[in-house]
Write a protein that binds this ligand. Structure first.
Ligand code: ZN
Length: 155
């Protein structure tokens, strides 16, 4: 994937297991209208800032699991979310990041130590948000509304 505008968030991984839009929910707590795209990748795969931005969220984000959100600085009306990340992040709230900077990693399916985590797998083990396996859920908001991230990328 390449883009005239943005860096691909997870270089080397371009297979999309779930596209933006209507779908059958894959697991309890996952939406029927998918607000981003899912890109399977092994735990530890690096995640890149798609453009210059400021970190507006870098923490546990319920259904998204561990989540990093960037408000882009070149495009004031665009914010970008990376969900189901590793709890080990390379950025923190309020930090400025540069295009192509590594901000985090794909997280594990299971996470422990979250109080009252309602998300569990088939064995009852707590999961990294509503997820069935290691992947990046990548979302773009334009003027506060989720749009298809692939609109910004060309093959
Ligand atoms: Zn997703």
């Amino acid at each position: 994937m390449s883009s005239d505008f943005f860096v691909w968030p997870i270089p080397g991984y371009t297979v999309i297991s779930s596209y933006f839009g209507s779908r059958n929910s894959p697991t309890a707590g996952a939406s029927n209208y998918h607000l981003g795209i899912d890109i399977p990748a092994p735990e530890g795969t690096y995640l890149y800032a798609i453009d210059d931005g400021i970190v507006t969220f870098a923490s546990w984000g319920a259904g998204g699991g561990y989540t990093i959100v960037l408000q882009l600085t070149n495009y004031e009306n665009i914010s970008v979310s990376y969900c189901h990340t590793s709890p080990t992040m390379f950025v923190e709230y309020g930090e400025y990041v540069s295009k192509k900077e590594i901000i985090g990693m794909v997280g594990p399916k299971n996470v422990y130590g979250i109080n009252n985590n309602p998300y569990k797998d088939e064995n009852g083990n707590p999961t990294n948000g509503a997820t069935t396996g290691s992947h990046l859920h990548f979302a773009i908001k334009l003027d506060g509304k989720n749009v298809n991230p692939l609109n910004y990328y060309t093959n």
